[in-house]
Design a protein around this ligand. Structure first.
Ligand code: AQP
Length: 344
C-alpha cells in the first residue's frame, strides 16, 4: 500500500534547548516544510518519564514551541502542538506495549544510559519510552522522521513495531480493507555534518540538556557574549586544522567544531577544511563565534519575545492539537476495529 508522505518529529520540553537539538533536529524540521506535510510535537509526555517540576514543564513546553516558531516553522501551513493534548498518543502506545517484546526494549541503550546504575528506581515510563515514540509517529502514519543520530535505535524499534503489528493483525487489516499493511515503515532522516553534536568540554560526550556544565553546550537562548565565551573556551588540541576530513578522525573536538561550522554555514566539512586547513584554532574559533552569533542571535531574541506572550503560544498549541487530533482519531478508530475493540 502506498502511504501519503508525512513528516513527524518531536522535542522534549526538558529545558536548555541547545545547538545539538537545533542542528540535529530543528533545522531539518524547517527545511522539510517545503516538500512535505509536517507535524511537529512538543513531547511533554516523554518529558515526565523523569521528574519535572509542573510549573517548569509548562514554561519549557512554551519555550520549545517558541523555538519552533523562531526557527521558522509555520504553524498555519503545518501542525505544531503538544503531545498530551491528543489522547491518541497514549492510546496507541498501550496497544504497542502489547505488540513490542521485552527483549526489544531490553536492548535500548538510551534507557541503560538514563537509568544508570539505579535501574530499579527508574520509572516504567522511561523503560516504555520507545513504544510511546513509535505511537507518536504512527498515530499519524508518518513516513519520514527527522532526528539526531541518538534516536536511530528508537526509530528502528518503531519500524519493528509497525511491521509486527502489520503481521500479527494481517488478516484483520485485510478484512477491514486496509490492504497489506496498516502502518508504514517510518524512514529516519539523519543527514548532514551535525547529526551528533558533541559536548564543547568533552568530544566523546553528546551535547546534552542535562550536562551539569553550561559550558558544555550552546543554549538557543544564550546571548552573543555567552556564545563567544563558550566557543573560545571549547576544548581543542594543540595542532592546526587539517586540510582534509581524514585528518579529523583521531581528533573528536576538532571534528565537532568543524561539523558545527559546516552545519551552521550549510556546507560540508570538506569545504570548511578547504577554507581553514592549516589555520590555528584561535583564528577558526573567531570565525565560528561570528557565524554562530549571526545565526543564533536572532533566534534567541525572537524566542524571548514569543515566550513573553504565553496566550499566543497556547493558541498555536490549541489550534495544532485540534488539527492533529482529527488525524489521530481516524487512525485510532481503524486500530480499534483491527484489534477487535468494540467501539461506539
Ligand atoms: N547532541 C545532539 N546532536 C544532534 N542531535 C541531537 N538531539 C539531541 N541532542 C543532540 C536531537 O534533538 C531532538 C530532540 O531531542 P530530545 O528532546 O529528545 O532531547 P534529548 O535527546 O533527550 O536531548 P538531550 O540533550 O540528550 O537531553 P538529555 O540531557 O536528557 O539526554 C532529537 O531528534 C534528538 O536526536
Amino acid at each position: 500500500m502506498a502511504f501519503k508522505e508525512r513528516v513527524f518529529s518531536g522535542v522534549q520540553p526538558t529545558g536548555n534547548l541547545h545547538l545539538g537539538n537545533y542542528l540535529g533536529a530543528i533545522t531539518k524540521f524547517v527545511a522539510l516544510q517545503d516538500n512535505y506535510d509536517c507535524i511537529y510535537c512538543v513531547v511533554d509526555m516523554h518529558a515526565i518519564t523523569v521528574w519535572q517540576e509542573p510549573g517548569e514543564l509548562k514554561h519549557a513546553t512554551r519555550e520549545v514551541t517558541a523555538a519552533f516558531l523562531a526557527c521558522g516553522i509555520d504553524p498555519k501551513k503545518h501542525i505544531v502542538f503538544n503531545q498530551s493534548q491528543v489522547s491518541g498518543h497514549a492510546e496507541l502506545a498501550w496497544v504497542f506495549n502489547c505488540v513490542a517484546r521485552l527483549g526489544w526494549l531490553n536492548r535500548m541503550t538510551q534507557f541503560k544510559e538514563k537509568a544508570g546504575k539505579d535501574r530499579e528506581n527508574a520509572s516504567v515510563g522511561l523503560y516504555a519510552y520507545p513504544n510511546l515514540m513509535a505511537a507518536d509517529i504512527l498515530v499519524y502514519r508518518a513516513t519520514h522522521v527527522p532526528v539526531g543520530e541518538d534516536q536511530k535505535q528508537h526509530l528502528e524499534l518503531s519500524r519493528d513495531i509497525a511491521q509486527k503489528f502489520n503481521n500479527d493483525y494481517g488478516a484483520a487489516i485485510q478484512a477491514h480493507g486496509y490492504g497489506e499493511g496498516f502502518f508504514p515503515q517510518p524512514e529516519p532522516i539523519i543527514q548532514g555534518p551535525a547529526t551528533r553534536v558533541m559536548s564543547l568540554r568533552d568530544g566523546a560526550k553528546k551535547m546534552s540538556k542535562s550536562d551539569p556544565s553550561d559550558y558544555s553546550r550552546i543554549n538557543l537562548t544564550d546571548d552573543a557574549d555567552a556564545i563567544a565565551q563558550k566557543i573560545r573556551k571549547a576544548k581543542t588540541d594543540p595542532e592546526a586544522l587539517p586540510s582534509e576530513e581524514k585528518g579529523l578522525e583521531p581528533r573528536p573536538e576538532a571534528d565537532n567544531l568543524v561539523g558545527i561550522y559546516a552545519a551552521l554555514a550549510n556546507t560540508t566539512k570538506a569545504d570548511v577544511l578547504t577554507q581553514f586547513g592549516g589555520a590555528q584554532f584561535s583564528a577558526f574559533k573567531g570565525a565560528l563565534v561570528d557565524l554562530a552569533v549571526d545565526k543564533l542571535g536572532p533566534i534567541g531574541g525572537e524566542m524571548q519575545r514569543l515566550v513573553k506572550d504565553p496566550a499566543y503560544i497556547d493558541s498555536v498549541l490549541a489550534d495544532g492539537s485540534a488539527r492533529a487530533e482529527v488525524i489521530a482519531d481516524e487512525t485510532m478508530r481503524a486500530v480499534k476495529d483491527i484489534v477487535g475493540f468494540v467501539r461506539r
